[in-house]
Design a protein around this ligand. Structure first.
Ligand SMILES: C[C@](O)(CO)[C@H](O)COP(=O)(O)OP(=O)(O)OC[C@H]1O[C@@H](n2ccc(N)nc2=O)[C@H](O)[C@@H]1O
Ligand SMILES: Nc1ncnc2c1ncn2[C@@H]1O[C@H](COP(=O)(O)OP(=O)(O)OP(=O)(O)O)[C@@H](O)[C@H]1O
Length: 293
């Protein structure tokens, strides 16, 4: 194969809990994560030379060595001792540094795509293990379904996809550094831990109301303290009729759940003028339509 494309969907956290800070500096986490129908497109072109190159249509992304998709290609090449190359083209739709794992998903889609382009026949599990060396969210993004993630984020147990609904996302203009937010987290001072087991049960019983009830993220108050705009957006979303609202990952993107398209449209219209980056997308939760040959 000489050319192929992969979808790289964004993730949201339905829950994010931190148990303790580990001696390696990472936090031991417990999170329920799923995917939404907002995705980057990764085009991969086979190169017979032993070179990896990368271009993206985004002015703010690192173009080569620092790009997570480039790192993924180099790591896979090195691990599998590959002597040819690839040109990676990224069409960026997921907002950057937003808590939506855009970079991790690009890296994961690159691993999945190269597995096909270079005919490596690795399992998703093997790709996820390689991806864990790039970032904590990459293993989840390799599978790109719905999962309980533990450890640093790399230990995954697959869960049923959430009930169908709309996800309205609003992102403040500034991005957030994940490391900075974790730095400010004091695990022993967490006032309220999310009810992870109840969220799992909500998914297993396909219960939209319970899914809404049990959204929770221990990083939300931390990010809100530093960036009060996050709280203002969350309050507006609640006021404008969202069924439930939560910040995703380390933020600053806030997402609202609603069941019907007209509610999603109303919410988007109410937020315009107040927030520049607003999207209404469907919940995904299952890996489908990933391949774009
Ligand atoms: C917040 C989440 O998005 C939730 O899904 C992820 O935990 C972050 O995943 P990521 O961006 O792939 O994170 P990494 O690139 O591995 O780590 C960025 C930084 O976040 C902090 N970090 C990340 C994961 C974790 N379990 N504990 C941490 O303390 C560390 O300071 C780390 O240096
Ligand atoms: N392909 C890429 N797409 C987005 N960001 C990238 C990419 N490659 C490298 N980066 C860098 O990674 C950093 C985090 O970007 P990203 O959009 O993945 O953040 P995030 O959504 O907060 O991630 P997470 O939810 O996994 O913490 C940014 O500083 C960005 O410059």
């Amino acid at each position: 194969m000489l050319y192929l494309s992969e979808k790289a969907p964004a993730k949201i956290n339905l829950t994010l809990d931190a148990k303790f800070k580990r001696t390696d500096g990472y936090h031991e986490l417990e999170m329920v994560m799923t995917t939404i129908d907002l995705y980057d497109r990764i085009d991969l072109m086979f190169r017979s030379e032993n070179k990896v190159s990368l271009m993206s249509d985004s002015g703010i992304l690192p173009q080569a060595e620092k790009n997570l998709a480039y790192k993924a290609a180099m790591l896979l090449k090195q691990k599998m001792n590959i002597k040819y190359g690839v040109h990676i083209q990224i069409q960026k739709n997921i907002p950057v540094a937003a808590g939506l794992a855009g970079g991790s998903s690009d890296a994961a889609a690159t691993l999945r795509g190269l597995n096909r382009l270079w005919d490596l026949r690795l399992t998703d599990q093997a790709l996820a293990e390689i991806g864990a060396e790039i970032g904590s969210d990459v293993p989840f993004c390799v599978h790109a379904d719905t999962a309980l993630a533990k450890g640093r984020g790399e230990k995954l147990i697959s869960l049923p996809a959430p009930p169908p609904c709309w996800v309205v996302l609003a992102k403040p203009t500034h991005g957030v550094s994940t490391a900075e937010i974790f730095d400010h987290l004091k695990v022993e001072q967490i006032a309220s831990h999310p009810a992870t087991d109840e969220m799992i049960y909500a998914l297993q019983s396909y219960d939209y109301d319970k899914m809404c009830k049990y959204l929770g993220n221990v990083l939300e108050p931390v990010t809100m303290e530093i960036y009060p705009e996050v709280k203002r957006i969350k309050d507006k979303m609640k006021q404008f009729g969202a069924d439930s609202v939560l910040m995703s990952g380390s933020g600053p993107t806030v997402f609202a759940l609603v069941q019907y398209e007209n509610q999603a449209k109303r919410l988007v219209n109410s937020l315009r003028g107040f927030c520049n980056h607003v999207y209404a997308v469907r919940m995904l939760g299952k890996r489908r339509d990933q391949v774009l040959d």
